[in-house]
Design a protein around this ligand. Structure first.
Ligand code: ADP
Ligand code: MG
Length: 399
């Protein structure tokens, strides 16, 4: 068990500089915030610290500026949004990550005030976990708090290197909540435990897939990864994406867990993703020259039936088709709605994955209609898979 900010006595925070790694990597469009779920999820920690008189220093990345200053990825609009949302006496912004302007801004920060630093990834030292950069970051605070679940699987300066230099390294409330929910899914799922996995790149999902397949009562496969399983099962998949390196593994899984692994029995196929007009329905084998782009009607019915079987636990990662294209979104949208219905009927539903969450929005399923939407895509999968996450390993254990 990790130490959480609420484990320290309130007095410890008064006047103390607390460096909080947050995940403000929100969805942006034209330098405006399109969706601020991650920011809202960080508010409980920020307000808790500010209300106890801490001097709160927030650090985050946004997008992938790759170590250089990209004005469109500035955190300034996020500071403005934070100022509108958070209950605190002041929200300040400094357009740098380290250096004199930052140390001055920190020195001027009063109890209960918040200071947001500029995008961490404007500096090359962040992603390379540079020791000098880590030292400068760490010098800004007296206590370290991690509330950026979306990046705990990265050993970057702000998530790892700088953190190691603090005596007190605490989990914020968001990281605590993510761990509790994912522990529940991984270690104590209520039954039936149903897992839905789609998307692409078996490699990224391998540890989670292994952990989940052995524990689940049913695993519903879809998306690009389903074709590697179908190919392993000897079904013709035409030109659908098959990850040949993983076909033998998929075959082994099918041999060991045949009764709980469900593969889509039908598909929406097209000649190519661009040629939407060629779209048609295919039951069973997919002919050469055609690609599976979405699960079909029958698969949707079978999967919906599975999802509504009882008030157990449901975990979902990975869209079931190329949901970004309207013609291939129906399977994913229907499954998202079935999931909301299952939740309404009492199931514990947890969803993770950047694209999966985007698909949920496309289906107009809102965050109140599921138990938990993880703020971490890769991080949630690695956590479920039991991998060691540097940003969590670095946190202080409860005595
Ligand atoms: P997440 O980000 O939720 O973890 P992934 O990144 O694994 O999900 O997968 C999302 C991507 O998978 C989407 O871009 C989607 O278009 C793609 N995808 C889903 N089904 C297919 C398919 N049948 N063929 C090709 N790509 C697919
Ligand atoms: Mg993705």
């Amino acid at each position: 068990m990790k130490q959480v900010i609420s484990d320290l006595p309130d007095e410890r925070y008064a006047g103390t500089r607390v460096l909080v790694r947050v995940d403000f990597n929100v969805a942006m469009k034209d330098a405006r915030i399109r969706e601020d779920y991650r920011l809202r999820q960080a508010l409980p920690t920020i307000e808790y610290l500010a209300q106890r008189g801490a001097r709160v220093i927030l650090a985050s990345h946004l997008g992938k500026p790759k170590g250089t200053v990209v004005p469109a990825l500035s955190l300034r609009p996020i500071a403005d949004r934070l100022a509108q949302t958070v209950r605190a006496s002041a929200v300040k912004f400094v357009p740098d990550v380290i250096g004199a302007s930052v140390t001055d801004a920190v020195a001027a920060l009063k109890s209960g005030e918040i200071l947001l630093l500029e995008n961490l990834r404007f500096h090359p030292g962040e992603e390379s976990n540079d020791p000098g950069f880590s030292r400068q970051l760490a010098a800004l605070g007296d206590i370290y708090v991690s509330d950026a679940f979306g990046t705990v699987h990265r050993a970057h300066a702000s998530t790892y290197g700088a953190a190691t230099l603090f005596q007190e390294r605490l989990a914020g409330f968001l990281v605590q909540k993510e761990m509790e929910v994912l522990d529940q899914v991984r270690d104590h799922p209520t039954r039936p435990f149903t897992v839905v996995v789609g998307g692409i790149k078996i490699k990224d999902k391998l540890s989670a897939l292994k952990a989940l397949i052995s524990k689940a009562d049913a695993v519903l496969l879809g998306g690009g990864i389903a074709y590697s399983f179908l190919a392993a099962d000897g079904v013709a998949v035409g030109d659908s994406p098959v990850e040949h390196d993983y076909v033998p593994w998929a075959k082994e899984m099918l041999t060991r867990y045949r009764e709980k692994l469900l593969l889509p029995e039908d598909h929406v196929v097209a000649k190519s993703l661009e040629d939407r007009g060629s779209m048609r329905h295919a039951h069973g084998a997919i002919p050469p020259g055609w690609k599976g782009c979405d699960i079909g009607r029958d698969a949707v019915l079978t999967y919906t039936h599975e999802l509504l079987r009882g008030r157990g636990t449901i975990f979902w990662n990975g869209p079931l088709g190329v949901f970004e294209v309207d013609e291939f979104a129906e399977g994913t949208v229907d499954i998202a709605r079935a999931m909301a219905l299952a939740h309404w009927r009492g199931a514990f539903t947890v969803i993770g994955g950047g694209d999966t969450v985007a698909a949920l929005h496309k289906a107009e399923v809102w965050e109140t209609e599921v138990t938990h939407i993880s703020t971490g895509g890769g991080a949630s999968l690695q956590y479920i898979g039991g991998d060691e996450l540097p940003g969590i390993a670095v946190l202080t254990e409860k005595p």
